[in-house]
Design a protein around this ligand. Structure first.
Ligand code: S3P
Length: 193
């Protein structure tokens, strides 16, 4: 009887390892991709960035989709693609900053996996975005002053969606390699990885 029980719990723990699906959300520049990618590498599981997935499937950049179909068109595509990637097992998925804030995406994410909100102050996000503004259509053409106002206002609107995540990690201090490491350690602790 005892032997049968320990075999059963071994099966359960194996099941837990196989069935990982971690979903990273947060504002642009929070470090979702950096942290998600590094954590996936450590765990030996596959990393997906939703924007890259969309670009691959559509054979167009996010900027091109915004230019051709507007934000509304992009959000529909994003919603559909989220439903594709969030079916994969044993993965870490990094979403776009706006993904949780449209349709019922955040509720769906919570049903599908362990959702983590990488929270950062507008000042930290601004700093990160200035270091690598990337090709983000929503930020294009904004002066530094406009950018900080935009981030502050948009973050306030998005916070109610982000805060629906089951887990939150504050990444405001994450500016160098050590801090990325600390964030990953924190994630491993709270997600029991
Ligand atoms: C967006 C964030 C971007 C990308 C698109 C829209 C947003 O992703 O999905 O430009 O609305 O915040 P990142 O958060 O990875 O930059």
């Amino acid at each position: 009887m005892i032997a049968a029980r320990s075999h059963f719990s071994l099966l359960i723990s194996n099941f837990k390892i196989i069935m990982k699906r971690i979903i990273m959300i947060g504002y642009m520049g929070a470090g979702k991709t950096t942290v998600g990618k590094a954590l996936a590498k450590e765990l030996g599981i596959t990393f997906y960035d939703l924007d890259w997935y969309i670009e691959n499937r559509r054979r167009k950049t996010v900027s091109e989709i915004f230019a051709e179909q507007g934000e509304e068109g992009f959000r529909k595509i994003e919603h559909n693609m989220l439903h594709e990637v969030a079916e994969f097992e044993n993965v870490i998925i990094s979403c776009g900053g706006g993904t949780p804030c449209f349709f019922d995406n955040i509720d769906y994410m919570n049903e599908q996996g362990q959702v983590v909100y990488l929270k950062a102050s507008p000042e930290t996000l601004y700093k990160h975005l200035m270091m690598g503004k990337g090709d983000r259509p929503l930020l294009k053409g904004k002066s530094e002053e406009e950018l900080i106002t935009f981030i502050t206002e948009q973050l306030e609107k998005r916070e109610p969606f982000y805060s629906k995540a089951r887990y939150t990690v504050d990444v405001s201090l994450m500016d160098n390699y050590d801090k990325i490491k600390i964030t990953i350690e924190k994630l491993r602790e709270i997600l029991e990885l």
